[in-house]
Design a protein around this ligand. Structure first.
Ligand code: SF4
Length: 486
């Protein structure tokens, strides 16, 4: 009888299966699944990873790069490069037992071969170990004696343009050797899972770590009472509850200690009503008083390879602000960087000028305060004024968290979750950009690869509109909170 050929595993499939066989099954059997299409944010992450890999390759002069092509040709080219004594092979390809891998770098050192995995992360992480282990396993099965395994990652101490080295190599040989005995069994298990029907896998920590699973919405219930909706219960806490058989907030064991906001959440779910604590009035009075209020919001870019002075890998840089100020008629000021040059000094000056008249400046979360404090360090000439601005900031988030809960908050106090329940008529649906991460990626495109942007002026307008809506949302939120406080 005809038996279908076994499904080939690759490094990325092995890692997906190591996280969850169900995730692997969908990835392989539904490659066109909507969930697998990289959005702009993920695509940017991939692009930055490609850039990091290209830079890492320059650290191995004289290396032989195995070009893309058919697996068989790549494997043959790798064998030839090794036979001819290449000092390093980039994209070194091997296959064994229907597993194909291409190692970023195979480096010939005095005491043998080192397999190096290049990552755009800031450190070597636990999840890099199985990724490297499967490569070492396949290489060794081909008689290639890999003696050491390393992760080459970005160096958090590096500062643009030239303080320190952009890369660090971390030896993970011990961890990889410890993982290697598990690889053959897992390979067999994953191949079997792929050949069968969709595997049954319970939801749990694996759905969030080491990577958030794209299939989350297929497996997790959308139920306000589900235990994953309980305020202040991260993936590890949810996993613990599920293992104890607690799937619903209703099943919480009697006497289980909860933070006040979670107790308020329970009351709101039970009654179906928004809970507003009477202390909200006093809290608002203390925080805002009768002061002239400003409302500030930032957008930032985060580049793996930093582009402006003093920045390290993945460090956020403020490139846009929106500012509303209360008055008889609210006023609005905004700034959005233009071109690849460092915008921070100009942005800071414009922001200081815009915010000079406000006595208190409202933001939501501590993000803006952190960025202003960083700007104060990066721009010594403006440090005093920036610190004075920082002292005027008022964070609305703890005020909401400590006094208000609406049944539709879904256990979260992020603006994304609280705005619609509190201010139903305030919408972002008319905007082209509705998400901070997308805004960040789009700004980076505008600054660094503007020639690839079809309609630059339109994109600028979209970005300005999005940031402006965020500060307008805070104006409305203060109004709403004052109304709730009576
Ligand atoms: S959501 Fe969880 S259980 Fe479902 S496929 Fe992803 S990791 Fe597996």
């Amino acid at each position: 009888m005809f038996a279908p050929p076994p499904i080939r595993l690759s490094k990325s499939r092995f890692v997906a299966g190591w996280q969850c066989p169900k995730r692997l099954w969908w990835t392989v059997h539904e490659p066109a699944a909507e969930e697998l299409k990289p959005d702009k944010v993920l695509q940017d992450r991939f692009d930055q990873g490609t850039h990091v890999t290209a830079l890492a390759r320059t650290r191995f002069p004289g290396a032989t790069l195995i070009p893309p092509g058919a697996d068989r040709a790549r494997i043959e080219a790798t064998r030839l490069a090794l036979d001819f004594g290449a000092p390093a092979v980039l994209e070194a390809a091997f296959a064994a037992e229907d597993v194909f891998v291409a190692a970023d770098v195979l480096l010939r050192e005095r005491d043998g071969l080192t397999l190096i995995e290049v990552k755009s992360a800031n450190s070597a992480k636990e999840e890099h170990v199985p990724d490297v282990a499967v490569q070492v396993w396949v290489a060794r099965k081909n008689g290639v004696n890999v003696r050491r395994a390393e992760v080459m990652h970005l160096n958090t101490d590096f500062r643009h343009p030239d303080t320190g080295d952009l890369f660090v190599r971390t030896d993970i040989t011990r961890e990889v050797e410890a993982c290697l005995p598990e690889v053959p069994a897992l390979v067999a298990q994953l191949k079997e899972a792929l050949a069968g029907p969709l595997p049954e896998v319970p939801i749990g920590l694996r759905c969030f770590e080491p990577w958030p699973c794209a299939f989350h919405d297929r497996c997790w219930p959308d139920d306000p009472w589900h235990i994953s909706m309980l305020y202040h219960t991260g993936p590890k806490g949810v996993d613990r509850f599920l293992k104890l058989g607690v799937h619903s907030i209703r099943d919480l064991p009697a006497g289980h200690k909860l933070p006040d906001a979670a107790k308020r959440q329970l009351r709101a779910l039970e009654t179906g009503q928004m809970i507003v604590e009477p202390e909200l009035k006093e809290s608002l009075r203390d925080a805002l008083g009768d002061a002239r209020l400003g409302f500030l919001d930032f957008e930032t870019i985060n580049r793996a390879v930093p582009v402006w002075e003093g920045l390290g890998p993945w460090r956020p840089a403020v490139v846009q602000f929106s500012y509303h100020e209360q008055g008889v008629r609210p006023t609005h000021r905004a700034y959005l960087a233009e071109g690849p040059d460092d915008p921070r000094p100009e942005l800071a000056e414009r922001m200081l000028e815009a915010t000079a008249g406000a006595e208190r400046i409202v933001m939501y979360s501590s993000f803006e305060r952190s960025r202003i404090n960083e700007l104060a360090e990066q721009l010594p000439a403006l440090a005093g004024d920036l610190r004075a601005l920082s002292a005027k900031l008022v964070d609305l988030l703890p005020i909401v968290r400590n006094h208000v809960y609406h049944p539709d908050f879904k256990g979260s106090f992020s603006l994304k979750y609280i705005l619609t329940p509190l201010i139903p008529d305030l919408t972002y649906s008319d905007l082209a950009i509705v998400d901070g991460q997308v805004a960040s990626v789009e700004i980076a495109r505008l600054l660094f690869v503007a020639h690839l942007v079809e309609d630059r002026e339109q994109l600028r307008r979209d970005l300005l509109a999005y940031c402006e809506r965020d500060t307008w949302a805070m104006v409305r939120l203060v109004e709403r909170l004052r109304e709730l406080a009576g």
